[in-house]
Structure formats: C-alpha cells, structure tokens
Write a protein that binds this ligand. Structure first.
Ligand code: IPE
Ligand code: IPE
Ligand code: MG
Length: 254
C-alpha cells in the first residue's frame, strides 16, 4: 500500500492547513485565490484518508485568531466554506463520511452554520471516516469551556470537584469521544501549534513540511504517513522496553 504498513496507520491525523496566502503571493494572485486552491487539497486529503481507512481526520480551517484578518478576507473565507460544504455534500454522503464541528458555533455566520449543521446532522450515522472541521476553533477556548462546563456540573450537583482528572476534563472537550491525534501535520514550514488541539496533541508526532497547503496533495500526504511510520513512539518508556513487550507503539498508547 504505497510503501505504508496498513496495520500501523494513525487512527487520527490532524492538519494545520497553512500557506494559502504565500502560495497566492508567489503567483502574484490575491490571497483568496490561495484559499480556493487549498480547498482542492482538503478534498484530496479527505479522499485519501477514506481510501486508506484512517478513521479520524481533523482539519484546522479557521482559528479564533483568524478574526483579526482583513474583513474582506474573512468574508471570502466564509463564502468559500459555504461553497465547499455544498459542493462536497454528495461526496460525503456517497463515501459515508461523518462530518463534525470542533470549535465555537458562536460567531460563525448564520447561513454558513446552517449549512454546516445540516451536513453534520445528515452524516451523523456514518462511520467510515470522521472529518472534524476546526472552524472558529481555539485550543485555550476549548479548555476554558471544558472547565466552565465542569464547574456548572459541580454547581448543579452532578459532579464533585474531587472527580476532576485528565480523563474527566477530556470528556468535556469537543473531541470527547475521539482518540487523540497520533500525527499532526503542518504545512508551509511554520514550527508552531497556533492554538490547535492543545490538550489532545500531548503525545502526537509532529510533521512539518515546507510544502504550502495548496500544493499538499496525495503524494505529500502519503509521505507524511510514511515518515510517521518511521518514528518510534515511546510514550515515556525506553526503546528497549517497547521491544521486550513486543508491542507496537500504537498498542502501548491504548
Ligand atoms: C491558511 O493559510 C488558511 C487559513 C489560516 C484560513 P494562510 O492564509 O494562513 O496562508 P499564509 O500563512 O498567509 O501563507
Ligand atoms: C493556523 O494558521 C490556523 C489555520 C490553519 C486555520 P495561521 O496562519 O492563522 O497561523 P499563524 O497565525 O501563522 O500562527
Ligand atoms: Mg498562515
């Protein structure tokens, strides 16, 4: 399978899709043209994950911080998301892909959110691949929200403060029933996490490529997966321990 071990694929791949603006600039185009070209990469990565049998894919599409961009670009982005949701709906249905939201519904333009919510509802019963779209997402916002929800449960008597643990906190995150990402891919060479899945990426393998997001297509994705399979995930143990136990690193994580 394209130089990949089908038994050691990541269960969850999370992608920081960066570099659309630079891609456009290199071609003397407007930044929005970069976002348009990036939409095709989104389609390709979803299709490839589905074909390979990777069960969870999370795509960072709009951060809480992205509201600070020029108004014109923000509007163009939401317009593009809406177009993307419409054009991809038949493919999602046909390929039995479940779409979910990771992020804050508040602030997303109503017409876009209505389209999004309908797709989430109509694909909720699928289980071949779950695509989490991180839209209006911020990791710190997500953790603070989890703390607030837990506090509300304490206040109403459903929970006791002594119950708080990493597992309990995780159950209040948007990703409550989803395994943590095994692999985080960031395109365009930036070595930072930009407030993405702060809690969930505690033990993820990080893969940073210089390739700009609109140029990140199937071959680039496969290369990231091959690199992932070359890594040794130790989870705090020694290399020797992993060998002795005869466990794959993935099994250690479970
Ligand atoms: C990523 O590309 C898309 C979003 C953040 C919405 P950028 O627009 O950040 O592209 P660069 O980083 O300016 O090249
Ligand atoms: C991260 O990209 C957010 C998304 C990909 C949606 P940015 O381009 O916004 O990140 P920074 O600001 O360069 O860290
Ligand atoms: Mg960027």
């Amino acid at each position: 399978m394209e130089g990949l071990d089908p038994h050691r694929l990541p269960r969850h791949v999370a992608v920081i899709m960066d570099g659309n603006g630079r891609w456009a600039k290199k071609r003397l185009l407007h930044r929005v043209a970069g976002h348009e070209a990036g939409a095709e990469s989104v389609r390709v990565v979803i299709e490839t994950a589905r074909r390979l049998g990777i069960p969870y894919l999370t795509l960072y599409a709009f951060s809480k911080e992205n509201w600070q961009r020029p108004q014109r670009e923000i509007q163009a982005l939401w317009h593009l998301f809406r177009r993307f949701l419409r054009s991809e709906r038949p493919r999602m249905m046909e390929n039995e892909i479940r779409v979910r939201h990771v992020g804050d519904p508040d602030g997303i333009p109503e017409d876009v959110y209505a389209e999004f919510a309908a797709l989430i509802r109509d694909t909720a019963h699928f289980n071949k691949l779950t695509v989490n779209l991180a839209l209006n997402y911020g990791g710190r916002h997500e953790i603070a929200r989890a703390a607030r929800l837990f506090a509300e449960d304490v206040q109403s008597g459903r929970r006791d403060p002594s119950e708080m643990s990493p597992e309990v906190l995780a159950s209040y995150l948007f990703t409550a029933d989803i395994p943590d990402p095994d692999l985080v891919i960031r395109t365009s060479g930036e070595c930072r996490v930009s407030n993405f899945l702060l809690w969930q990426i505690a033990y993820a393998e990080l893969y940073i490529t210089e390739t700009l997001w609109p140029d990140f297509r199937e071959e680039e994705f496969l290369e990231a997966l091959r690199e992932y399979q070359r890594r040794e995930r130790r989870f705090g143990k020694t290399s020797e321990q992993l060998g002795q136990e005869g466990l794959t690193p993935e099994a250690v994580a479970r």
